[in-house]
Design a protein around this ligand. Structure first.
Ligand code: GCO
Length: 482
């Protein structure tokens, strides 16, 4: 093993042990529990979810609010060639004016939770300046959710930075740690009576890889070392904000939404492919989680440095799951950790370039994450599908994978589908549609997609019934129902 192995294995042994326990417990109890908990209809078992399970959708401020002109993404979109379809976010779904109309739709669709993010650049338009009107609008939105019986989950940072912060070096500048802490504390002081489920950061590794390694997102950097600096500042900022939020709100549940992928060796017989897949898994999935649970920053992100505040700084694990990568060892790609990634050619694909549809991966990630001994929320799962052809079976297969993990003892508390409405998909602009609700952005018209109706049936039943599967995706009934 390379020099990475000692620290990464140390962290993983503890986790693997707990995973083993969940699996052993599952093998001991899963059959009787699943049979006992299910009702047979048409000889098929209904998959029932726990009583207080949360069904909802996830969004982020810049992707739905419209006219977030004071952040680094807005500035980036205006540069020629940065957005693949030549669009800019513009008014997007216009939530700053009309979020409540979509909250009505979410409630009518049986959703009882919504994950949304706050736009730091609206709340703090300049360093040291708070916009009370913006905070007031967020109060209104959160209250609007509660009034509709929808529990909010609030993300504090979902990829965008106020311009003033970007101008002073953004997440590379260590000053971001106290600045983010101040922002978090202001938010909790102002809005903490309306929300207790918090995500400090969304997908730190995606932020680093696209912004600092591939350079396709702002700030457009290609420099691993600078990315590492951001990683370290993000760990510190999360840790500090975690304690601040808890100091201000006793019942807060605070975590991070982590994009977690499956990395499988292209050739299982190849030691080199297995090693490359494991290395990517460690760098992309495990290292950040390790840092915010055992407090240690391991290579390549640091030299076993311990950040005491980061120890045990997650109350739950937020899982964003999309797909799997097959990994082949490639000596010519040291900058990509000697890995060549590709989608399994024998699988079902989503839109070109978005990879494999692999529901089993969600199950595997949930089981793996249960090793941390915390409750889990699926903070995002979704598919780009402009015609809504694949989305119904995608929802069913991923909800069934979640059910399977729950039956095996994994404490999954909620499922947030990405996303409620079509929205601005970062560097892909409007070319990739993820919503359950179709948005025609010019007149701001909405139309429910078929997948929205299916998702509503699951949410309202709090179950996957044979009737639902027969109606929406009979072709996968054998895969998901006994
Ligand atoms: C991410 C984000 C979302 C995306 C979604 C679809 O994963 O990049 O959290 O903002 O829009 O995942 O790509």
């Amino acid at each position: 093993m390379p020099s990475l192995s000692p620290p990464c294995l140390r962290g993983l042994h503890a986790v693997s042990l707990r995973v083993l326990c969940v699996r052993l417990a599952a093998s001991a109890v899963s059959k009787p529990v699943s049979r006992g908990g299910n009702i047979l209809t048409n000889d098929r078992a209904t998959l029932r979810f726990p009583e207080d399970f949360l069904w909802g959708t996830a969004t982020s401020s810049h992707q739905v609010e419209g006219h977030n002109t004071n952040n680094d993404w807005w500035a980036w979109e205006q540069l020629p060639g940065k957005i693949s379809d030549g669009t800019t976010s513009g008014p997007t779904a216009d939530w700053w004016q009309r979020a409540e109309e979509d909250f009505d739709r979410a409630a009518a669709l049986g959703q009882n939770t919504l994950r949304l993010s706050l736009e730091w650049s609206r709340i703090q338009p300049q360093e040291g300046e708070w916009d009370e009107a913006a905070l007031g609008r967020y109060r209104q939105m959160l209250q609007g959710l509660l009034d509709r019986g929808i529990t909010p989950m609030v993300t504090l940072h979902h990829f965008t930075n106020p311009l003033w912060l970007a101008e002073k070096g953004g997440w590379e500048n260590p000053e971001v740690v106290p600045l983010f802490d101040r922002y978090a504390s202001k938010v909790v002081e102002e809005l903490g009576d309306l929300c207790s489920l918090w995500c400090t950061l969304n997908e730190p590794l995606i932020y680093i890889v696209f912004g600092y390694i591939y350079g396709t997102w702002p700030p457009g950097v290609h420099d691993l070392l600078r990315g590492i600096r951001v990683f370290r500042n993000m760990v510190r900022a999360h840790a500090r904000a975690y304690h601040t939020i808890h100091r201000l709100q006793a019942d807060a549940q605070v975590s991070i939404a982590r994009h977690l992928r499956i990395f499988d060796p292209a050739n299982r017989e190849s030691q080199a492919d297995r090693w490359a897949a494991r290395l990517l898994e460690y760098v992309f999935n495990d290292a950040f989680l390790g840092a915010v649970t055992n407090g240690r920053i391991d290579p390549p992100f640091g030299f076993w440095e311990v950040i005491p505040q980061a120890i045990d700084s997650l109350d739950y694990i937020g899982v964003n799951y999309y797909s799997r990568d097959m990994v082949a060892f490639d000596i010519t790609q040291p900058a990509s950790f000697f890995a060549r990634r590709f989608a399994n050619p024998d699988s079902e694909f989503s839109m070109e370039g978005w990879g494999e549809v692999y529901p089993e991966g969600l199950y595997r990630i949930l089981v793996e994450m249960s090793g941390y001994g915390k409750p889990l929320y699926i903070t995002e799962v979704g598919i780009p599908d402009n015609t809504d052809q694949q989305r119904p079976s995608f929802i069913l297969s991923h909800a069934a994978a979640t059910h399977r993990a729950i039956q095996e003892g994994v404490p999954v508390k909620g499922f947030y589908f990405w996303s409620l409405v079509d929205n601005f998909e970062w560097a892909e602009g409007y070319s990739a549609r993820f919503g359950l609700i179709d948005v025609d952005f010019e007149p701001q018209a909405r139309k429910l997609k078929e997948s929205a109706r299916l998702y509503a049936e699951i949410a309202k039943a709090n179950a996957i019934t044979p009737e639902i599967v027969e109606k929406w995706a009979p072709e996968i009934i054998d895969q998901i129902l006994e």
